[in-house]
Write a protein of this length. Structure first.
Length: 532
């Protein structure tokens, strides 16, 4: 039956590629009912058994368990291709190799291309309580040997022998589950073929994470969203929305046009009303939309943007301005047993056109509002739990200081792991601590020490091009820039594979104060500048 399902899924996938649309994001071309019905029933049955595993197996450090990590960014591949080094973003979940600190846990990590052994060794040497040799025996690395722009999970589905190898490497009597970046029909199909559950949201709920649905959920929770419009699908819809916003607020200078399913800000565009003809606004918008719309994604044409907008839909909302403005986020988790958790808060550092591109983040968010954000995040989590959501997700905000008080506008739900997931997991695995949402602080298990970090996926320079993973590790060791388990402070690198070709690197800088964390980052920049 699974072979037949796969054949049907493959056929539909090929059709979606021929139309140049992203399979999971296509709101007008879902999988046929014949394929979906059988697969959905199998998947739901697997998911129903997951709470038992989570409740009884997860907490037991010595319980035999296997985690199959599928770090696939199963999203619009054309949008993702605008991010430099995107093929190496599969490395961001290497932080989950820290699960090998549990001596009966096996990890199977699947990637598009082979990861350099020096990168794997870099993570394994940080494992507390077990030797590298012991951990390696329980780690299986599989590669599709495919550098194409297809999503990793699609590549796996096209290779039945890799699926069989995953099955073969799961030890007998070991409870297993999949950990994914996001969950779409591709990941559901893989889970059914492997006959294991996913710690993630049912793809039938995928649309709850788009921009339009997010605005509706925020309003359901009684939260204030930026003025705007959702469920838009055409150039005419965009023009009408821009016109209505300007009529509602004649002083409005800019607006944001967003695809429903963008990534890292690269599905957004900034519209400027500069020079608008208030007397005949609709005509002016029709004539100037293309010239006044600045796309965040590099090399994405206006025509391409509109085509994607027609395929996946989107929103238009006011561009929030203020002398003091920040971009915090709240990361939450809904467990298989139905518990809502506020996992972390961050102040995001944004760049690019109009400050739309994720650069990095400070953890935790400012003490001025971290606990307030946590309360809003919990409210949204409870609403999502009622809709059936499971797993990790994040809520992004724009916060503007007005008359000595911060006003928070929720702007989107990322129903998946994101840019703040792997840094927090790295901190948690290294210190065995947790975030206290009532205080807005993170405490380690060692003497209840408070820890902060600054993280970035975008430490980059043309000078870094040509540095191999081996070079980076050597530079780090010689210059003493690494994580110190004794003090529970220091630096961890990620996205190491992107360094040589793209001059791009990820870092997590953990410190006893926010200033110390930033000093670690400045130290890295200074060392790389000197070495290059």
């Amino acid at each position: 039956m699974f072979e037949q399902l796969y054949a049907e899924l493959k056929k539909l996938t090929d059709m979606s590629e021929a139309k140049n649309i992203s399979f999971p994001s296509d709101n007008h071309g879902h999988i046929s009912d014949a394929v979906t019905e059988a697969e959905v029933l199998q998947f739901k049955k697997l998911q129903q058994e997951f709470p038992r595993q989570f409740e009884h197996i997860f907490p037991d450090r010595l319980a035999p368990k296997t985690v199959i990590i599928i770090p696939s960014l199963t999203m619009d591949q054309e949008i993702l291709s605008k991010i430099k080094g995107i093929n190496h973003y599969e490395e961001r979940l290497l932080c989950m190799l820290m699960l090998l600190r549990m001596p009966r846990t096996h990890v199977i990590y699947v990637t598009s291309e082979t990861i350099d052994p020096v990168i794997v060794d870099y993570y394994l040497h940080m494992l507390p309580g077990v030797t590298g040799y012991h951990a390696r025996r329980r780690l299986t690395l599989l590669s599709c040997h495919d550098s194409s722009s297809k999503a990793l999970t699609q590549k796996i589905l096209e290779r039945p022998r890799i699926i069989q190898r995953i099955k073969d490497f799961i030890p007998l009597n070991s409870d297993a589950h999949m950990a994914c970046f996001n969950v779409t029909p591709y990941e559901r199909s893989l889970a059914v073929q492997l006959q294991i559950p996913i710690f993630g949201c049912d793809p039938d709920l995928y649309d709850l994470g788009n921009k339009s649905k997010g605005r509706k959920i925020f309003r359901e929770c009684g939260l204030t969203v930026p003025a705007g419009f959702e469920d838009l699908y055409s150039e005419a819809d965009i023009i009408n929305a821009l016109m209505s916003l300007k009529e509602q607020n004649p002083l409005l200078r800019k607006a944001v046009v967003k695809l429903n399913d963008g990534f890292s800000g690269d599905g957004n565009a900034i519209f400027s009303y500069a020079g608008a003809d208030q007397g005949n606004l609709k005509k002016w918008l029709f004539e100037n939309l293309q010239s006044k719309l600045k796309l965040v994604a590099d090399d994405l044409s206006y025509t391409g943007f509109i085509k994607k907008y027609e395929g996946m839909g989107g929103i238009v909302e006011e561009f929030l301005e203020g002398e003091q403005k920040k971009s915090p986020s709240v990361q939450c988790r809904i467990t298989p047993t139905g518990v809502c958790e506020v996992v972390s808060t961050h102040d995001q550092e944004l760049g690019g056109e109009g400050g739309q591109v994720y650069i990095g983040a400070y953890f935790p968010a400012s003490p001025e509002y971290a606990t307030e954000l946590g309360k809003m995040g919990r409210k949204i989590s409870e609403a999502l739990k009622e809709k059936g959501v499971l797993g990790r997700f994040a809520i992004d905000f724009i916060s503007v200081k007005e008359q000595q008080r911060w006003k928070h506008y929720p702007i989107e739900i990322n129903l998946r792991k994101g840019g703040t997931t792997h840094p927090f997991l790295m901190l948690q695995f290294l210190t065995d601590g947790q975030y206290n949402e009532e205080e807005g602080l993170y405490y380690t298990s060692k003497g209840h020490l408070v820890r902060y970090y600054f993280c970035s996926d975008n430490l980059k320079s043309e000078k870094y091009v040509g540095l191999t993973p081996h070079d980076l590790i050597d530079i780090a060791m010689v210059n003493d820039i690494h994580y110190d388990g004794t003090s529970q402070e220091g630096i961890m690198f990620h996205l190491i594979g992107a360094l040589s070709q793209y001059g791009k690197l990820g870092v997590v800088c953990i410190g006893s104060t926010p200033q110390k964390a930033k000093e670690f980052y400045d130290q890295i920049v200074a060392v790389l500048e000197k070495e290059c």
